[in-house]
Every structure is written in C-alpha cells, then in structure tokens.
Design a binder for this molecule. Structure first.
Ligand SMILES: Cc1ncc(COP(=O)(O)O)c(C=O)c1O
Length: 490
C-alpha cells in the first residue's frame, strides 16, 4: 500500500514529526478509516525512503495517543474507537489543518483587536530619544543591587517556592508604607498595600473589580493613554474632563453623580502629559465631590518623587477621610521599568477582593526582587538615590528649558516643568505633527506628539519631551537641531 505523503528534508521539523502530522491528518480526515490496516514500519520506511527507526518512532507516538493499535500477528490498524469529535465530520483544509468554526473572542478580546495602540509601537527608536517615562539607566546603582541580589540568591532557597503572602512580600509592604507616610503623607498600614506588577496591573485589577461595560470613568483630557486603553478595553465609557494650569478642572465634575461616574482617574503630582500639579484647593474639592457622590478616585501618583522648587503637596490619599481613594505608585521611574514593581494602597474594606483578584491573575510577583527592594528601601538607598537623581534631572530640565527658550523664543510654550521627567511643549508652526516627527527622525532624533493622549479633537503642535535619559549636552544640541527644522519652514 503506497501513501502519498510529502516529507520535506529542508523543514525545521524532524522527519518523525512530519510523518506523525501527515498520518494523523490522514486518520482525522477519513483518508484512513477506522479499522483500516496501515503499512508495517518496514514497508512504509521503504516506500518513503526513510529509516525504519523514524517510522517506528512515529508509530509509537500514534499508538500512545490512541490513533492506531497493533493486533499481534495481524498488523497495525487505525483505531476503531477514535473519539467522535476528532473524526472526519469536521472538514479539512488543504493546508492539513482541520477547519473549525471561527474562533470567537470575548468583548474584551474584540476591543483589543480594534485598538491599534495595544501594544503601543509608536515609540521612536532613535539615537537621541525624547521618550517620556525613562530614567537615566546609567545612574542606577547596579553594584549595590547586585550585592543585595546575591545575598538573597545565596542564602536559604525559600524564595524558590510559591509565597503564601498574597498581598506581596510583607517586609516590602512595611517598607513601602513607611516610605509613603514619610514622603507623601499617605495614610496606610502595611495591610493596605498590595504589591503589583506596575501601574498597569493596578489599573487592570481596578477595572475588573469595579467596572461593568458602559460604566462611566471620568479622566483628564489630555490624559495617560495607557490608562485610557485599559478603561476602553474593559468597555467603559470615558468622560473627558478638561485640565488647566492647576490640573483637573474639578468643577466640571459637579454636574455628575456616582450613578453617572463610577471612577475618576487623576495624575495629581504631574498631570500626564501637561505636567500641571493639582492644587491643594482642587484636591480638597475633588475629595468633597467624591465623598458626596460615592464615586472612587484613582490617584496615579507617578512622578511624585521629582518635584523641583516648591514643597510637595500631600497625596490625595493622605487628605482623604472617607475611603474614596485608590492610590497607585510605581518604581518604574525611580528605579527602572523592567523591575515591574508597583503598589496599590487601598481602603481596608477593599483589600480582600483585590488580593483575591491579584492571586487569581498571577499568584504573586517574583520574590527575589521584592526582597532586594525591601532592603534597598529600608537601608535608605531609595531615598538617597531619589535625592541624587532629583538634582541630576533638575539640571537636565533646566538645560532643556533654556535650550527651548533660546532656540524657539515665543514660538514655544513650555508646560509642566516643575515636576517629573518630561515637559510638554506647544509649538507655533505651520507643520503638522507628523511632518515634524519625520523631519526630526531624519536627524536621528525621536520626538513624540501629545495628540494620542487627547480624548477630544484638539489642535496640533504639542509635543512631549522626556529628558530623563538624555545628557545636558544631548538635550541642548538636539533642541538646536529640531529648531532648524522649523526655521527652514518659516
Ligand atoms: C501617567 C503614568 N503612570 C504610570 C506610569 C508607569 O507605569 P508602570 O508602573 O506600569 O510602568 C507611567 C509611565 O510612563 C505614566 O506615564
């Protein structure tokens, strides 16, 4: 009996695997019916011109999976008792794949396929990059980190096991709660802290626990695109609230109740992307509104560590007396983003559902990094590192602002330079954002438009200049070169 079986000697798949796929396909498509005898290993090896060992290996696999059976003295046969759902009632495609009804995604999955920004791939990859949210990697105290890592790596091997503390490594939660009450006036006990895989996971958990499709979330406009994508993917409706030089315009919320708005997302320390700092009166106004309506506030306190000049304003969470605030912080900027460690500080009554949702989603974060980070904070390295970086970023910020003023003069309005690791710049130019980005790219400079962060239509010409990872010299030189792009077109 000859088989029309194609084996490809150039294929990355080994021959026995190719033969297995082909025979399995013949059985499932009905070309080899149940009960039908198949050639002996010797016959098949000969007719295909391959070794008998290869055929034996394939037959062993088909035997163990129940596709074929051997009858002593008679030969090898296709099993008569193949499970019904594997049989040829299912049509076969010419590729050898079994056709099946189209795979249906959930509403969540559908949203994701329509959202081109997930994953966001528009970040410029250029020699000089004004990307936002990147710290100066070359300043990270890598030797110290390695020392702490090796201490835990070498001692007892408990960290290899699952951890039982579903809120996160307890000494780390203790260290974070002390750090937050010192530096941000956050009111919390370690039992209210959940260690998460960065801000994104905190937002994802909040969505799962509070939001049904069509619930309304109010957010700053412009606002953080990555937060918006999570909200929209969950099927929430977004209510854009304007931002001015004092941050979110809280009075615009006054017309709405908690039936209308479930959550408000704010970035009070350094509004993303405008950089406005939410004033104290606005913070109090927002808390009063939330208390009266019962809505919850998501406080994304990113960039709170980098404040230049004025004294920091306490976190909303620390001013809240009615459990309205879900507080989020991250180590992505003060340490490094691939660490993927952040924290959620929750009202006590909400800790349990969050802890369960977190456990279901990923059990817990790697223990080793949590142990190292706990020591890093407790031994004072974190605050020392932040102090050092604050003065470095301050110098970089000043160099950038000065260069923008020198080269653009009145044609550039700089926003949000009092905090954080980026500024937003409004440029007066006849060129479109796309054209400016392309011209900068030709110079090897990556810049990012603020446009994707807007919910409502708005005028062009706004750019986010991240300066964390660029030296003063790089900042000054590249701003001079970008200015030339615009001067040419004036
Ligand atoms: C507004 C805002 N929140 C949070 C983050 C950090 O996110 P994660 O902790 O997921 O790295 C960023 C990073 O750029 C940000 O811009």
């Amino acid at each position: 009996m000859d088989f029309a079986i194609t084996l490809d000697s150039n294929s990355p798949l080994p021959l026995h695997q190719q033969l297995y796929e082909e025979l399995r396909y013949c059985i499932l498509s009905g070309r080899l019916l149940p009960g039908k005898r198949i050639p002996s290993t010797r016959q098949l090896a000969k007719s295909l011109g391959i070794s008998r060992t290869t055929v034996t290996q394939t037959y062993d696999q088909l035997l163990s999976e129940g596709y074929i059976e051997t009858v002593v003295g008679s030969g090898t046969f296709v099993c008569t008792q193949l499970p019904d759902d594997l049989l040829h009632s299912t049509p076969i495609q010419s590729t050898g794949k079994i056709a099946r009804p189209p795979i249906k995604l959930s509403k969540y999955g559908e949203h994701l396929t329509k959202t081109e920004d997930v994953p966001r791939i528009t970040e410029p990859v250029k020699p000089i990059n004004f990307r936002y949210g990147r710290p100066a990697f070359d300043q990270f105290p890598i030797k110290l980190w390695r020392k702490l890592l090796s201490r835990y790596c070498c001692s007892d091997l408990q960290w290899l096991d699952y951890t039982t503390d579903i809120l996160g490594y307890k000494p780390l939660r203790e260290a974070i709660s002390r750090y937050l009450s010192r530096s941000r006036a956050v009111n919390c006990e370690p039992e209210q802290v959940i260690i998460v895989n960065g801000t994104q996971q905190a937002l994802d958990l909040i969505m799962r626990l509070f939001i049904e499709p069509d619930d309304v979330i109010a957010m700053e406009d412009p606002g953080y695109l990555s937060a918006r994508l999570i909200f929209q993917t969950q099927g929430a409706k977004l209510l854009p609230i304007a931002v001015d030089e004092s941050g979110l315009v809280v009075k615009d919320l006054a017309h709405y109740s908690s039936e209308q708005i479930r959550l408000v997302y704010v970035t009070p320390s350094h509004q993303f992307p405008t950089g406005a700092i939410l004033s104290l009166p606005r913070r109090l106004e927002l808390l009063t509104w939330a208390r009266q309506t019962g809505a919850l506030i998501i406080e994304d306190d990113y960039d709170s560590e980098y404040r230049y000049g004025d004294r920091p304003i306490p976190a909303l969470q620390g001013l809240d007396h009615s459990d309205c605030v879900l507080y989020i912080g991250t180590f992505s900027k003060v340490l490094f983003p691939s660490l993927r460690i952040g924290y959620l500080v929750l009202p006590k009554s909400l800790v349990s559902p969050f802890a369960r949702a977190k456990w279901l989603s990923d059990r817990h974060l790697p223990l080793l990094e949590q142990q190292v980070l706990a020591d890093f904070i407790e031994q004072g390295h974190l605050e020392r590192h932040i102090r050092k970086m604050r003065s470095l970023y301050d110098r970089r910020r000043q160099a950038l602002v000065k260069a923008l003023n020198v080269h653009f003069g009145e044609k550039a309005t700089i926003l949000g330079e009092k905090a954080g690791l980026h500024v937003m710049v409004r440029l007066q130019t006849p060129l479109s954002d796309e054209e400016i980005i392309q011209r900068a790219a030709l110079l090897g400079i990556g810049i990012m438009s603020a446009a994707p962060h807007y919910l409502r239509p708005h005028s062009q010409g706004e750019f986010i200049f991240g300066y964390g990872e660029l030296t003063e010299q790089q900042l000054v030189e590249s701003i001079g070169r970008i200015a030339q792009i615009l001067l040419v077109s004036r």
